[in-house]
Design a protein around this ligand. Structure first.
Ligand code: ADP
Length: 392
């Protein structure tokens, strides 16, 4: 009697246990299947699994595990390694699961070994990691974007710092130039004005005239410096636009040599030669400006009595202008910098100058899509070459 009651109790307990398992299997919010370990066929699947795989119950039951899209975990799949496989099952392993229509999703698989009717089976649990992966990828993407932004900002900052450094450098060079180049003519004007007062009292007309010339020359110099600043500003503001007209280049060269002739040093003269056609189309004012600048430098940096050679040649596609002198030349170390604004070679410091002329000349030549180069040897001489396109 006791045995029968016990048997009944055992049966009841088993029934309840089956019921508990059934409920936890079918109502589990996580996908689960039961696999027959002997042939690896699927014995049962819950709703969650069907929803995940996109297959119907009939399509799955009795089929091999691989037809349910479950692929084995591999060593390199995610952080849950195959090493988590134990004799009791698989702890947790990241894998790819093929779902209906060939899509693949990331899943976390685990199983425990169970016995069903005495036969070895596996209870598989499959967790969909798609949302997690998506979030991970999104985070990676955000990280990349952030990294890129940080890189861009750093670049911007570096550029700003470099610009700031350049501006400070320019300021320092401007102050050095201005304090010297403005002070000299201003001192001349002040001294000449003082002397004028004295000579006026003494009625010394000749000396008065000399100092008036001195004042005029100093004012002219200041005006030229100011004009250089203004034209540089206009070019940089994009206010200077080339104005193309037709003209005879030899006429222009003649006019320029006449114009500058009055300012040449004692005994200096300009030898001019031209080759090729004479009628050209270009911006006459820009070319004049560049030629005047180069000729003025040639005179300034060469000694009295020397010859300055100006040549123009018109070729098939371009106009070539050269200005050569036999002056102090440019020291090799300084040559890479002479087109930099305010730069003055060390052998030129005793002579008046702002270090702006060549910088402006280069900007002008660039406006015409041309180029300016030079060859120079210290104490031998310098030749500047300007090449601009010949416009039709
Ligand atoms: P500036 O003559 O007013 O100093 P530029 O910009 O015209 O300024 O020239 C820059 C520098 O290039 C000069 O200070 C000088 O050192 C050098 N340079 C220019 N032309 C000549 C030349 N013909 N011979 C020797 N040095 C020259």
């Amino acid at each position: 009697m006791i045995d029968e009651t016990q048997e009944w109790k055992d049966k009841q307990e088993l029934k309840e246990s089956h019921e508990r398992f059934r409920k936890s299997f079918y109502n589990n919010p996580i996908a689960q299947i039961i696999l027959d370990s002997r042939n690896r066929n699927i014995k049962d699947a819950n709703e969650q699994f069907l929803a995940l795989s996109g297959l119907t119950y009939d399509e799955i039951i009795g089929e091999n595990i691989s037809s349910a899209g479950i692929t084995p975990c591999t060593e390199d799949m995610g952080k849950y390694k195959l090493s988590s496989l134990t004799e009791h099952g698989l702890n947790a392993c990241e894998a790819i699961m093929r779902v209906k229509y060939g899509d693949e999703i990331n899943v976390l698989q685990s199983y425990v070994s169970i016995k069903l009717n005495g036969a070895p089976h596996e209870l598989w649990t499959i967790i969909d990691l798609s949302a997690l992966k998506q979030a991970e990828n999104h985070l990676k993407h955000l990280n990349k974007t952030l990294e890129h932004k940080v890189y861009e900002r750093t670049q911007d900052l570096t550029r700003l710092l470099e610009r700031e450094k350049l501006i400070n450098d320019l300021k320092a060079r401007f102050i050095a130039m201005a304090s010297h180049e403005f002070r000299t003519p201003l001192t001349t004007i002040l001294m000449s004005a003082d002397l004028l007062e004295t000579y006026l009292k003494n009625n010394d007309v000749a000396k008065c005239a000399k100092h008036i010339r001195g004042i005029k020359a100093a004012v002219k110099l200041l005006t030229e410096i100011l004009e250089d600043f203004l034209s540089l500003n206009s070019i940089e503001q994009g206010l200077v636009k080339p104005l193309i007209t037709g003209f005879n280049i030899t006429d222009i060269a003649g006019k320029i040599t006449d114009e500058i002739g009055a300012t040449l040093k004692q005994g200096q003269h300009i030898a001019y030669a031209h080759t090729g056609p004479e009628l050209v189309r270009q911006d006459i004012n820009i070319l004049k400006n560049v030629m005047l600048n180069l000729l003025a430098n040639a005179s300034k940096y060469a000694a009295e009595g020397t010859t300055i050679t100006l040549t123009t040649s018109v070729k098939k596609d371009n106009i070539l202008i050269t200005v050569a002198d036999s002056g102090i030349g440019i020291p090799e170390d300084d040559q890479p910098h002479i087109f930099t604004r305010f730069f003055r070679a060390r052998n030129a410091e005793v002579l008046q100058g702002t270090g702006l002329g060549l910088h402006i000349a280069k900007k002008y030549v660039r406006l015409l899509h041309g180029k300016i180069n030079f060859v120079s040897k210290e104490n031998v001489g310098t030749t500047f070459m300007v090449e601009v396109p010949l416009l039709k």
